[in-house]
Design a protein around this ligand. Structure first.
Ligand code: ZN
Length: 259
């Protein structure tokens, strides 16, 4: 194994990575769709249907009087009460009385990624290590996200590698990039591509590889009800795309080659 190799593991302590004082999404839509997504080098094709990304809100004419923009907290809480009634419960009973307020508060954190600019996270690089050009691998980054089809959690680990060209980024920043995209409504495929896209466009590495493995509770709890199934998605760019031996190196390291 290369002596210059950097490899880090993040503890799966379930804590995730926290941000403070982040507001909730401005108007919800982040403009990230499937446009930038490339499935050509996915490791495992789960044969899931490709969803068509919704038009950005600004591109759709909405008639007067239809709700647009961000609802008030009171409106959000009322919506939770509606869902509680829809589920068959009584929002007025004691145990549920504060639930709408708690749910909206939880949403501010669970979906806090809409208000974070992932590009900005990567803008500061450490140029004093400009001489370092070998692979940088951060593996086992835990994340929690929500599927955009059912708003049910999916969670797992992300692994990221890149070959720096102009200095390296702080290693925790890669974890925050994962967190930023995870804390939005997602598909695993889109999230994998978004992580690769932002690293490619800001760090301009010789190559970037991203692998995400996750369990989807919407599969475990509803529909086919299969627990313990893990879905793997990957994106290879630059040398990782062009050179099969680089993919092998990445996969070997992810699978514990440098432990
Ligand atoms: Zn789902």
């Amino acid at each position: 194994m290369d002596a210059a190799l950097k490899s880090l593991s993040y503890p799966s302590d379930g804590q995730g990575f926290h941000r403070n004082g982040q507001g909730f999404p401005p108007n919800g839509i982040d403009g990230q769709g499937l446009d930038g997504m490339r499935n050509d080098n996915r490791l495992v094709d789960e044969a899931r249907p490709v969803e068509v990304a919704p038009e950005p809100a600004s591109a759709t004419r909405v008639p007067e009087g239809i709700e647009t923009g961000r609802p008030s907290r009171a409106e959000a809480e009322a919506a939770v009460r509606t869902l509680l009634r829809w589920a068959g419960d009584d929002p007025a009973r004691e145990g549920l009385r504060d639930t709408p307020a708690r749910v909206t508060k939880a949403y501010e954190q669970l979906f806090g990624g809409y208000s974070v600019d992932a590009e900005q996270l990567l803008e500061r690089v450490f140029e004093e290590v400009e001489g370092y050009s070998d692979i940088v691998l951060v593996r086992d980054i835990p994340f929690h996200s929500h599927c955009e089809h059912h708003m049910v959690p999916f969670m797992g680990l992300a692994h990221i590698a890149y070959y720096p060209t102009r200095g390296v980024v702080g290693l925790s920043k890669l974890a925050r990039v994962v967190d930023t995209f995870a804390r939005r409504l997602q598909t695993q495929e889109t999230m994998t591509a978004q992580i690769a896209d932002v690293i490619e466009s800001i760090l301009k590495p010789r190559g970037v590889a991203v692998m995400v493995e996750a369990e989807h509770l919407c599969m475990a709890m509803r529909g086919v009800q299969k627990a313990g199934v893990s879905t793997i998605t990957s994106q290879f760019r630059g040398v990782f795309k062009d050179d099969a031996s680089e993919q092998v190196r990445f996969l070997t390291l992810v699978r514990g080659g440098a432990k």
